[in-house]
Design a protein around this ligand. Structure first.
Ligand code: NAI
Length: 326
């Protein structure tokens, strides 16, 4: 058995936390031979609820759990952390403008960025799930100057998985038969789910669906899926978000399957003309714990227009919090 690694999760008493922690603890994220120490962070008023979650984790008697700590102090929760999943965020309240939401979260993620800069493992991998996820990751990254910026990522894997599910239903193939899906840009309604390079049983997906379905059904359905879940369930997606976070961290750490790729929001290096430094979702391949952007994909005018629209939104988000970025 390997030595335990430390996994910090914020917002651990929330909805996503309630699905996520049990999957991390059972080995779904890092594999069946990797023990974990869970380091859970919540705000002070939620500490009682978090204790309840810790009691349930104890009661599962998970063989891979080597310790559980709960705290309301980021510097405690992030100490020596090898993985940090930033799930806790401030939700949009009544009458709150998008700018207010950005600012409220910028305060949280700048403080958490500073805390991880001070105490996390120098090898840490960070995933921002809490919204606005891409810009929250950017803020944490900019506040952690001693850590490798490439270790700061945001989650578009739920969008990627949603796109797989929609295409699978349309072409009548299992999701296992679909490879090379891409989600570009922001985890928001401007994201661009792109099937231009996707294969179904090894053949181009674009040949198996018509353009009208793509434009009028597929893209808007994936973009609006979060809102559809809220409408149906009365609460935002939680188990599927947790599952996507598991997928993101697992593939980053253990690698993507040969011949396939996944979508991760990562600091842009200028690939595909996307402004350097924005946390933008790209198609990536992961090997030996590192990701690299899939290069050389053809981008037609239809795709380019959508990739730029979501880049524009990310630029605006970044500018709205510019005064909080060191
Ligand atoms: P929730 O409201 O059930 O839980 C959030 C938890 O975070 C609460 O327990 C709260 O006390 C805690 N929290 C708030 N501020 C914190 C702080 N400064 N430090 C530590 N904990 C803090 O929300 P839920 O459903 O679990 O969602 C969490 C976030 O994930 C939301 O921002 C949501 O919009 C986002 N989300 C992102 C998705 C993605 O694909 N990137 C998909 C679904 C949700």
């Amino acid at each position: 058995m390997k030595a335990p690694v430390r996994v910090a999760v914020t917002g651990a008493a929330g909805q996503i936390g309630y699905s996520l922690l049990f999957r991390i603890a059972s080995g779904d994220m890092l594999g069946p031979d990797q023990p974990v120490i869970l380091q859970l962070l919540e705000v002070s008023p939620a500490m009682d609820a978090l204790q309840g979650v810790v009691m349930e984790l104890d009661d599962c008697a998970f063989p891979l759990v080597a310790g559980i700590q709960a705290s309301d102090q980021a510097e405690e929760a992030f100490r020596d952390a090898d993985y940090i999943l930033l799930v806790g965020a401030k939700p949009r309240g009544p009458g709150m403008e998008r700018k207010d939401l950005l600012e409220a979260n910028a305060a949280i993620f700048s403080a958490q960025g500073k805390a991880m800069n001070a105490v996390a493992s120098r090898d840490v991998r960070v995933l921002a799930v809490g919204n606005p996820a891409n810009t929250n990751a950017l803020i944490a990254m900019r506040n952690a100057p001693d850590l490798d910026p490439g270790r700061f990522t945001a989650m578009t894997r739920l969008d990627h998985n949603r796109a797989l599910a929609q295409l699978s239903g349309r072409v009548g193939a299992h999701v296992n038969d679909i490879t090379r899906m891409t989600v570009w840009g922001n985890h928001s309604a401007t994201q661009y789910p792109d099937i231009s390079h996707t294969l179904v049983k090894g053949s181009p997906a674009a040949d198996q669906v018509d353009q009208a379905w793509l434009e009028e059904t597929f893209i808007p359905t994936v973009q609006q899926r979060g809102a559809a879940i809220i409408k149906a369930r009365g609460q935002s997606s939680a188990a599927s978000a947790a599952s996507a976070a598991i997928d993101h961290m697992r593939d980053w750490t253990l690698g993507t399957p040969e011949g396939d790729w996944v979508s991760m929001a990562i600091p842009s290096d200028g690939s595909y003309g996307i402004a350097e430094g924005l946390i933008y979702s790209f198609p990536v391949r992961c090997v030996n714990g590192h990701y690299e952007i899939v290069q050389g994909l053809d981008v037609d005018d239809f795709s380019r227009e959508r990739m730029l629209a979501t880049e524009q939104e990310l630029t605006e988000e970044r500018d709205a919090v510019a005064h909080l970025l060191p």
